[in-house]
Design a protein around this ligand. Sequence first.
Ligand SMILES: *Cc1c(COP(=O)(O)O)cnc(C)c1O
Length: 397
Amino acid sequence: MLNIKSAEEVFPVMSAYGRFPITVVKGKGSYVWDDEGKKYLDYTAGIAVLALGHVPDAVETVLKKQLDTLWHCSNLFHIASQEKLAAMLTDLSCCDQVFFCNSGAEANEGAIKLARRYAHLIKHKENGHIVTFDHSFHGRTMATLTATAQEKIQNGFGPLVPGFRYLPYNSEEAIQAIAEDPDCIAVMLEMVQGEGGVLPADETWVKALSKVCGEKGILLIVDEVQTGIGRTGTLFAYEQYGIEPDVVTVAKALGSGIPIGAVLAKKEVSQVFTPGTHGSTFGGNPFATAAGVATLEAFEKQNVLEQCSKNAASLTNKLNELKEKHPDAIQSVRGKGLLIGVATFAPAIDIVNQMREKHQVLILTAGKNVLRILPPLITNENEINYFINALDQVLGD
Ligand SMILES: *Cc1c(COP(=O)(O)O)cnc(C)c1O
């Protein structure tokens, strides 16, 4: 037997997360159950992962079959579900080729490597830098936490990775700075800054940014790890801005909860990844990509984007009504689709805790004074009403 310290001495899981005091053991649709059988309305959706809700039937059926067929196979062989998912993603986006990995950070890491190699091979530019924006979030690996322009994410992890420059989001000044920066090889941004406080990018600003990138031969990388796969009402949020990024990263919702990430790119850019230049053992694994295919097929069959837009309109209207009713509690309601932020005057975490304890509703924060509400895209009017009623009561107290 291994000599393991008892759980009383040292909690065996590292304390990298603050955790809510419940243990989730089961989920279906918009609901989860804890180990005491208590049922909760889950408007966190695994942080924007569970677009189709927990254990969606359509994906469950496919994965049960996949369990009996093939779990893993290396990328030294062709993988049918990987090629199918790549074809679906390129059909549905402005990109031509896909590299698969396992998470959002790994997808962004891949996008950064792709941009650097493109600069090296095609532009013959060494030591250029990538522009990212204040309050962004791109992941927790060394390069992606460096890309993340937030002191609290970087603190204590230096030396950081060279080759990044931070500029203010939604600012004219940033576009000017990029236009005048001969060493800028790429710009990476979120269409809605999720972790940074649910801040949507301004449409005119994004268009101007995209224009300047096009003129200067600077790659435009859109981090759709949180916004992608339907969260904002279109499959990718960039579609709503009338732009065509060179590189798009996705992860969270793509596998309905099975870990998967992907870097999508236009062929001029993707061609620089030749055999041996990049890799990932589990990336594009048969099980994960089968989940991805089943997820995108369910989007089509169940009109999930329409459901999302309808639910988003209803929920946003009702939140704005609550804002009118409780002007001392709610400052603003913002976001896109079902990526919704509610700026509050009181600490958001107090509201989150009361929603859970008194009404069995799970929601998140995004910073100190923002509630982050992330329902599964397939939520419905009954669930929205239950949620609004609960929030109304909590704000009334
Ligand atoms: C969650 C997130 C990431 C990181 O994804 P992981 O899967 O946690 O590595 C990167 N970018 C954005 C915009 C995210 O929301």
